[in-house]
Structures are given as structure tokens and as C-alpha cells.
Ligand binder design. Sequence first.
Ligand SMILES: [Zn+2]
Length: 276
Amino acid sequence: MIFSLALAIGAFLLANDNAATEPAITCTGEHRQGGVLVCRTTPGARVLLDDVETRANASGWVILGHDRDAPAETRLRVRVNGETVHDERYAVATAEYQIQRIEGLPPAMVTPPPEVLERIRREGVRKGRSHASRWDGEGFSEGFIQPTEGRITSRFGAQRFYNGEPRAPHYGVDIAAPTGTPVLAPAGGIVTLADTDMYFEGGLIFIDHGQGFNSAYLHLSEVLVEEGDVVEQGQLIARVGSTGRSTGPHLCWRIRWHGRNVDPFATLDLQTADLR
Ligand SMILES: [Zn+2]
């Protein structure tokens, strides 16, 4: 009798303890290959997802992502004033990727001729600089909308062959739409690159939605923003085209976060209102 009473008190104390403990971090989104999570934690907390370190902003918002080829397990740590307040491992769901064969590309687009290599190198440096942007805004905290409507012709992560030659996976989502179709900012952010004539991408825009969560819009026929512009969700930023290495009018939408390629469509499921 005394023993079972002691157990009951113990159980009550445990339950009470759990109820009193706020989770150190709360997230919307999924731990999966290409997945995206938006979380809230202590303002200014250091947040480490595997080897990537970022910092929650003054309102406690933080955005995280998993690469196309993320390993099967991830570790999420949160540190506040040098103390670890959260340290957990999560399984990362694997994704299955399409195999796509694209034939009939002009040979110069598959293997660029030597005279354009210097231009490609210069443009690569510029893109790298934009990817390094870490805007302190929080456009991501309002969630994301699809930037344009149309038929999805290539999903994130597809393994590609150009004219039979294996190439890097497709890190974007391709949405086929007529030339001139509006492209809207899927969330607020700052424009870190805007150019009408990149060798591979043609008309190209990069937007940092906060903390280096960088989205890209390729093959645009018109670019309607400039570098340094702060855009709002739903703002007209460009029009669909087929410029650069493209076989027909479509929007190629990509997202990178701290060197990881994430699935743009993973942003559409985020329930950030639940974290407000
Ligand atoms: Zn694409």
C-alpha cells in the first residue's frame, strides 16, 4: 500500500514536471531529404543542425534545412548563454528522385566552349557571394506561397542526363508556364542578385528570406527588381521566360540554405502561424 502510494506520488511529480517544462524549440516542417523547418526558440539562441550553426533572431525565429542527399540521421542542438537546452537526434526520411533525360540541347550548352569559361567563372563568383548573404530579416516567418502556377515538369532532386551525359542533379522545381507569366516573391526578403543575362540561368534573381535561406528564379524573360530591394510576399518580381540553358518557357525555382540544396516545395507545407 505504502509502496504503491509512493509510486503514485512519483508519477504525479514526473507528470507535473513535464507539464511545467516548455520545449526549448518548437518547429513546423519535416526532417526529410530536402526538408525545411521553421522554428521558434529563445531569442538569440545558437542553433546547430549537424555542422551548420545559425542563430535565432530577436523574436526567436530560426529556419533550417536538409540537403537533397542528407544522411539518415540529424542532430539538432540549441544553446542559450553557453548552456545546451536541447540536444536531440532525429531520423531523416529518404526521398526518391526522378531520372530525367534531356536530349537535343545545343552542344555548347552541355559542354561550354572555352571562350565562355572566364564568363562562367565570373558569374560563379557572383552567385557564391549572393549565397553567402545572411539577411537579418525574417521574411520566412510568414510562410511561403508558390511563385507561379503551371505544370510541374521536373521535381526537386531529379538525376539528369543532358544529351546522354550525366550531370549534377536538378536542385530546382520546374514549373512550365507561358513566357510573360508573373513570378511572385514567395515570401518577404532582400534581393541579393538580379541580372537579365547569365550564361546558364539567363534572367536570374536571388532572394535571401532571412538567415541565408536563399531562393533563386531562373530563365526569366523580365527581371523587375534590383539588387538591394526588399520585397514582400506576393510582390511581382519577374516574368517567366526561356533564357539561358532552357528548352522552353518555364520557371526554375531553387533554394539553398548554408550550402545545402533544399526542396522549394517543402516550404509550402510550413504552418508558421502555429508558432506565433
Ligand atoms: Zn530547373
